[in-house]
Design a protein around this ligand. Sequence first.
Ligand code: CLR
Length: 406
Amino acid sequence: EKQGPSDGPKSDPRLLDLQRSFQGYEAPLRTDLGIKDDRPKISLWSILKGMIGKDMTKMALPVSFNEPTSLLQRVAEDMEYTDLLEIASQQKDPAWRVLYVAAFAASEYASTINRVAKPFNPLLGETYEFCRPDKGYRFLIEQVSHHPPIGAACAESLNWKYYGESSVKSKFYGKSFDISPLGTWYLELRNPSGNMELFTWKKITSSVVGIISGNPTIDNYGQMLVQNHSSHVNCLLDFKPRGWRGTNAYEVKGSIQSTSDTPEYTVNGHWNDKIFAYNAGSNKTMIWQNHERPPRPFNLTPFAISLNALSDELKPWLPPTDTRLRPDQRAMEDGQYDFAADEKNRVEEKQRDRRRMRDQGQMEEWKPKWFSLQKHPITGEDYWKFNGEYWSIREAAGKARLSGQS
Ligand code: CLR
């Protein structure tokens, strides 16, 4: 029998509930796409030069500037290094807990390298679920707003819960294309005394630079404060901009912020390679290392490759709203770019029709199905609260589909 990473007893109702959502995830992870990446090489500048001042939602780009992922799946990519959360939850010292949580927050950027491509824009009500029985978590995200585009996400395991909203402001400035995430991300982490602690942080700016020189590159820069709302032992990370000639490329520095003047620990490293924590005596500990990145179509990471796989085992468990069932994205993944573009137009046109009908009162107003906007009990900010119903409804619907099939 398979078990989650926790040492809790097999009869733990939370563990059993979690394991029931893993039905359908029996197949091994997909490790490659069956295609060659033969997108036409078009200069980005030649396409973008007429679009200065525009944001991403208003840009009609050739489909060869897309990658076969959706923005919902890009949020699921945050889950690649959840091992760090398990390590964090075992740390007795609050400084080490925040160091590992900060390493997790920084790990979200490694996958952005060499991916100057636009993910598919999710349709209103589109969902994406992802479970990793071997890592003991389940993840769900729903597109809760189309204008502006907002995704609400919630991932759960026995030792932590990660949730927040993905919404970005983007603008093309000519020299660079800047993407600023707006929402706060929340992590509830069980500490060794069994108490849940709340951490929060905001994501930093991602930017496509080198557009005019014909060498488009992704940079991620800015300050990120990883706050522990229980112990107040926080960590401030500073992601350096690449700078002229890329001198500071990928560099991240940081320190633990507590009451004393001299930080007990500092952080130093590169978000494309390794990150270390140093104590006052300069002893160093590696707190994160990038996974291997063999060449793959669209420069996807192996983790990203696994996300859109649609195994026969999984099919009957998915709701019709799941990203894996989008025909346009599937066509792109199969290398059928023209068909992908046609299908993309078709599903987006259908979405515009639905919107028109709602505006004219011919269709009921749309409401998110799995999340609702609430005041956060600790931060007091508005946030999207998961109503928890998705996984039990998924199980009932999956069983019904399977018994109907046999
Ligand atoms: C960065 C990591 C964050 C979540 C996140 C949100 C939006 C993503 C961004 C990440 C990476 C860069 C991104 C952006 C949306 C659009 C932008 C994919 C994943 C691309 C590079 C824009 C390309 C546009 C040109 C082709 C015109 O945790």
